[in-house]
Design a protein around this ligand. Structure first.
Ligand code: GLY
Length: 342
């Protein structure tokens, strides 16, 4: 494929590779080329338009990249209408909302994380506090909840009425041999949501940070921890290279350490979209269990990766087509399509 004014390398960087569905040519022509020096940039998942807008606003005021990312996702964590993140998130099988989140701070190469956190809206900020106020990386369960309380995070009943109703309908439908009456098909969520938000930030000094925060797989087994709080899975930042975040089926991401693998791909020369697509294709190849397949080689779940480089490029890739992500390049926020394996 030859595009005037676009080198073969740039074509490859944007994921124009055999066997993969790719972003439209129009996007290619507008692609974010390396500019030689870093520039302000924020990238987030499809639910992150407000997050990237806030993050860029703060970085323009001189705020640290991690504080900017965490402040961005906090907006979505506090929004009861996003049922995949924070307050209003769908609960576990017992009706308890348990949050997972991690943060990575590029300039200090440090990180913090929480898993199965309860009664607190802002899991990403609790993860940041773990990074800043302890010698540890990852607190889980009761200890994480107590830690948040000790640091003054407001204790909140996290189960909104809408999320409670979705959970009850899921429970009523679980079995044909119990005494609950099955709800109508329009009343339950199928497939179970695995939404999440990630936010990656870059400033003019070339420093990067990232965070990923979620209420995890809806109706999960209590204390199930997904990929989001795991460093190298939900998020990974190498301040010399780039950053990656992920949303979607956590179990598949954990098995390949997806975000870390994307960053390593970029370290070895791939552009962000190509690096993400490589990992997506490896996940497809490694998904062999029948219960996880629509047909051979075609997973029945969705998983997305989002990546930025130190010089301000960005890209993403997903298993199934149609996913978009939020970008703010310092001028405006917009949604961008991502490459996909199918
Ligand atoms: N990626 C979100 C989760 O699986 O929990």
């Amino acid at each position: 494929m030859k595009v005037p004014g676009v080198s073969r390398r740039e074509v490859l960087q944007q994921g124009i590779v055999a066997g993969a569905s790719v972003s439209p040519l129009a996007k290619l022509l507008k692609l974010d080329k390396p500019q030689g020096k870093p520039r302000i940039l924020a990238v987030s998942s499809g639910n992150g338009m407000r997050a990237v807008t806030k993050a860029v606003e703060l970085m323009k005021e001189g705020e640290d990249t991690l504080e900017a990312a965490v402040s961005g996702v906090s907006i979505v964590e506090e929004d009861p209408n996003d049922m995949s993140v924070g307050y209003g998130g769908l609960p576990n099988e017992d009706g308890v909302v348990q949050l997972d989140a991690c943060v990575m701070h590029g300039p200090t190469y440090n990180a913090g994380a929480v898993g199965a956190l309860e009664n607190t809206k802002n899991a990403a900020r609790v993860a940041k506090t773990v990074m800043e106020r302890t010698d540890h990386i990852f607190l889980v369960g009761k200890g994480a909840t107590e830690f948040a309380k000790m640091h003054g995070f407001e204790e909140v009943d996290m189960l909104t009425e809408r999320a409670r109703q979705a959970w009850v309908r899921w429970k009523e439908r679980l079995s044909q041999t119990d005494d609950y009456i099955d709800p109508a098909a329009s009343e339950f969520l199928d497939p179970r949501p695995t939404g999440t938000i990630t936010c990656l930030t870059l400033n003019e000094a070339g420093d990067m940070s990232g965070t990923t925060t979620t209420s995890g797989l809806a109706f999960k087994i209590p204390s199930r921890v997904g990929d989001s709080p795991l460093i190298g899975c939900g998020c990974y930042v190498d301040n010399a290279v780039g950053a990656c975040g992920s949303t979607g089926r956590g179990e598949a991401n954990i098995l390949i350490n997806g975000s870390r693998t994307v960053v390593e791909n970029m370290r070895h020369g791939m552009g962000p979209e190509e690096a993400c697509l490589d990992v997506v294709k490896r996940i497809c190849a490694q998904t062999v269990e029948k219960r996880l397949l629509d047909e051979p080689g075609k997973p029945n779940f969705q998983l997305q990766f989002y990546a930025i480089t130190k010089d301000g490029r960005h890209g993403g890739a997903s298993i199934k087509g149609g996913s978009r992500y939020a970008v703010h390049d310092g001028k405006e926020a917009r949604m961008v399509g991502m490459a996909s394996a199918f």
